[in-house]
Design a protein around this ligand. Structure first.
Ligand code: HEC
Ligand code: HEC
Ligand code: HEC
Length: 135
């Protein structure tokens, strides 16, 4: 009996420690360690897989830019065989139409400020104002 109580107490302490960030977020309503990203609701897949995009979207955009500017070709064949028009404003932002709560939120969190929008026009209808404070 004594040992069982100890084990239960041990598990309880373990769970409190493991789950405390979740409770903290639930109670305070903030995500303290990852920004909440608004993903497209009408599309399931990105050009490449999400983990790949998370770390390599910069390289992908660089590649698109290079191919378009150097060769004038605009069709990109993704790893799964699907084809996309290589366009920052026309392709990425068509799906990620919530720039504020997706690109900007993550960039603010990681303190990155791409200068792309000095030249590239943010398409009409793309959200550039955050719905809530990005904390
Ligand atoms: C000084 C202006 C300028 C800046 C800043 C700039 N671009 Fe561009 N970009 C251009 C021009 C001009 C083209 C050629 C447009 C064309 O042929 O359609 C282009 C083409 C591209 C293309 C391929 C076609 C398209 O319309 O998307 C991509 C992708 C691209 N740029 C990505 C970027 C990214 C990412 C950044 C920020 C890191 C960036 N650019 C910053 C001027 C700029
Ligand atoms: C056809 C619609 C579509 C296009 C086009 C698209 N995306 Fe995505 N993107 C998505 C979806 C849907 C997800 C979430 C996929 C998932 O969770 O498996 C996503 C995920 C991502 C992620 C990872 C987010 C995370 O979970 O951390 C990044 C970064 C990203 N996209 C950037 C881009 C960039 C940059 C472009 C243009 C080169 C682009 N996307 C083009 C639909 C699209
Ligand atoms: C999951 C987080 C995340 C999301 C979502 C995200 N980015 Fe990024 N982005 C980053 C990080 C982190 C860097 C800096 C990486 C580095 O310097 O290696 C970055 C860098 C960039 C750069 C290069 C900036 C520079 O000055 O060289 C461009 C361009 C860019 N992101 C475009 C986009 C676009 C467009 C979207 C939305 C469609 C987007 N990103 C969504 C995390 C994200």
């Amino acid at each position: 009996m004594h040992d069982t109580a100890k084990v239960i107490a041990g598990i309880a302490v373990f769970l409190i420690v493991v789950l405390s960030p979740v409770w903290y977020n639930t109670v305070t309503g903030q995500a303290s360690y990852v920004p909440q990203l608004k993903l497209p609701t009408d599309e399931k897949y990105c050009v490449e897989t999400a983990p790949y995009m998370r770390t390599n979207h910069i390289e992908l955009l660089e590649l698109w830019k290079k191919i378009v500017v150097r060769t004038g070709k605009r069709i990109y064949k993704a790893t799964d065989g699907k084809t996309y028009t290589m366009s920052l404003a026309g392709t990425c932002m068509k799906c990620h139409s919530n720039k504020a709560d997706f690109c900007d939120r993550c960039h603010n969190y990681t303190n990155v400020q791409p200068n792309c929008w000095e030249c590239h026009v943010v398409p009409k209808g793309v959200k550039t104002e955050a719905t809530e404070h990005a904390r």
